[in-house]
Design a protein around this ligand. Structure first.
Ligand SMILES: [Zn+2]
Length: 129
């Protein structure tokens, strides 16, 4: 299926880099901003349903997991250490707070980080095929 742009390139400028990255953050196609990029939680659609942009050609492999671990780790580890230093709660309190928070943050951030990386690859034209 040939690549099609939903907007007439002669009448409207391409989206800004920030707008394109925000589209990825919102799980929207980086090319048109209308179609969804996921078929499920993390499975990228082969093509955008709106503009037919080939989304599956942009493979991020382990990068979304790496960046998600990086972000969540920089929230949870300092939080745990600061709480221990200033409040020194029981271990079960620390676990009851930080373990669910780690899981929730990871599950919320992973698809968003993957969407941003897809948009970044689209901006840089980093197709794998
Ligand atoms: Zn699209």
């Amino acid at each position: 299926m040939p690549y099609q742009v939903s907007q007439d390139p002669g009448t409207s400028p391409p989206p800004s880099r920030m707008k394109t990255l925000l589209r990825g953050l919102s799980h929207l196609c980086p090319a048109c901003g209308q179609g969804r990029i996921y078929t499920g939680y993390l499975t990228i659609m082969p093509h955008c349903t709106d503009c037919s942009s080939p989304l599956a050609d942009y493979r991020s492999d382990d990068a979304p997991a790496y960046f998600t671990i990086f972000i969540v780790g920089h929230i949870v580890v300092p939080g745990t250490l600061l709480m221990e230093k200033f409040a020194s709660p029981e271990v079960w309190v620390q676990q009851a707070l930080w373990l669910p928070l780690t899981l929730i943050l990871t599950l919320l951030l992973l698809p968003r980080v993957k969407g941003v990386l897809l948009a970044l690859q689209w901006l840089l034209k980093m197709k794998t095929s």
